[in-house]
Design a protein around this ligand. Structure first.
Ligand SMILES: NC(=O)c1ccc[n+]([C@@H]2O[C@H](COP(=O)([O-])OP(=O)(O)OC[C@H]3O[C@@H](n4cnc5c(N)ncnc54)[C@H](O)[C@@H]3O)[C@@H](O)[C@H]2O)c1
Ligand SMILES: [Zn+2]
Length: 376
């Protein structure tokens, strides 16, 4: 069935891939996006990679009047608009809360107070809302340790211990029941986006789904934005003949998922009744270390370069978090299709086409973090 669908933040990395899939399925798609300069540079029209078979509106999610105008007959809304830099959010507090929280509030306000035909809302939440992932202790069982403190990190003790008995804490898959324990303003704003959307959805009978995305990689992730996406940051350094900088000892791990697998989860959430008013993790369930990522990317993009280990750290960084995807697998039939090898090869093919436009701004970002005491 063809539907009229609005994708807020649809000009971005994940949104644009989702738009491709929606167009291919024959839906009528409107993309509403402010073209945030940090992501898109100074363009005023839709980015070249975005499908031509859509209606594009350049505007801000906080502009209620402009949003109201385009909602006629829209049945489904995907909300992906956000400022997305975790560390940056710790010194641009006002902007992150304004765009991510107030922006979402403005949109939800329309759902409640204006006439519309929206029946389904899907919001992009984040694994960052968990803080540290789940761990277990051989004596105490499943545990949820807090962030490592600065004194520990200054000694180069990177791994976590059990908060109850002090034994080594072993990372295990994180499921949706793990309490959310946000350790950045960005994470807090993502949690607010998720909670506000589900609350309003449930209260007013609008079918709402929140997807907690793990670390997404793939083509079109802004190589010029040094504040987000470790694959994109490492890739742009390597393209510019600079060594990627690895914090801690590189053995910290994350769950990297290909953007097309994320799209699969968005589409299932739109189609399946079982997604109604639910939260799902979207990851691969496989942890990969940051060191491995840097080494693989270096080998594939610029083999002459070896990543630098600085033993520096960012207070507030988590050590390990990878997904338990049993809920979305059993409820929606989600199954990631991309192996890490295939996904990385595809990413690198795209990265190489960006050689002339990619700008390695990581040095500027590192300088800013140091000035603010966010990198030690
Ligand atoms: N990339 C990841 O690893 C990841 C992980 C978890 C969650 N997410 C979430 O997924 C969503 C998409 O992220 P992405 O990686 O594609 O980032 P992105 O920066 O490429 O896309 C975000 C889009 O939102 C737009 N935007 C920003 N502020 C806006 C505003 N005020 N009004 C309208 N549009 C605005 C930007 O111009 C951009 O096109 C975000 O909500 C992000 O928090 C991403
Ligand atoms: Zn213990």
């Amino acid at each position: 069935m063809t539907r009229k669908i609005l994708v807020i933040g649809g000009a971005g990395f994940i949104g644009s891939h989702l738009v491709d899939d929606l167009v291919a399925l024959g839906h009528e798609v409107i993309v509403y996006d402010s073209l945030e300069p940090q992501v898109h540079g100074n363009i005023t029209k839709q980015p070249n990679y975005l499908s031509e078979d859509i209606k594009f509106i350049k505007n801000d999610i906080r502009n209620k009047e402009a949003l109201v105008e385009i909602l006629n007959d829209v049945e489904v809304v995907f909300h992906l608009a956000a400022m997305v830099g975790v560390a940056q959010s710790m010194y641009q507090i006002d902007k992150y809360v304004d765009v991510n929280v107030l922006g979402t509030a403005r949109f939800l306000d329309i759902l409640v107070n204006n006439a519309h035909d929206i029946k389904k809302l899907i919001v992009a939440s984040s694994m960052s809302t968990y803080g540290e992932g789940a761990y277990k202790c051989s004596s105490c069982g499943e545990i949820s340790p807090k962030l490592r403190n600065t004194a520990q990190l200054e000694k180069g003790v990177w791994e976590l211990n059990c908060p109850i008995c002090g034994k080594k804490a072993v990372p295990i898959p994180t499921n949706e029941e793990k309490p959310q324990d946000c350790t950045s303003i960005y994470a807090l704003t993502k949690k607010e986006q998720e909670k506000m959307s589900l609350l309003i959805g449930e209260t007013y009978g609008i079918d709402t789904t929140a997807l907690r995305l793990f670390n997404v990689y793939g083509s079109r992730q802004a190589l010029s934005n040094p504040y987000t996406g470790v694959c994109a940051i490492f890739s742009s350094s390597l393209l510019s003949n600079n060594a990627p900088t690895i914090y801690e000892d590189g053995n910290q791990s994350r769950d990297f998922i290909h953007v097309k697998d994320i799209c699969q989860a968005f589409l299932l959430s739109m189609e399946k009744e079982q997604a109604r008013n639910e939260v799902f993790n979207v990851g691969t369930a496989n942890p990969i270390s940051i060191k491995e990522i840097a080494e693989i990317l270096a080998k594939l993009i610029n083999p002459n370069i070896t990543p630098i280990f600085t033993n520096q750290f960012r207070p507030g960084d988590i050590r390990h978090c990878f997904s338990d995807i049993s809920k979305i697998s059993s409820n929606l039939g989600f199954k990631p299709q991309y192996t890490f090898e295939v996904g990385m090869k595809e990413l690198v093919e795209w990265v190489k086409t960006q050689k002339d436009i990619a700008l390695d701004k990581s040095a500027t970002a590192i300088k800013q973090l140091k000035e603010k005491g966010l990198l030690k």
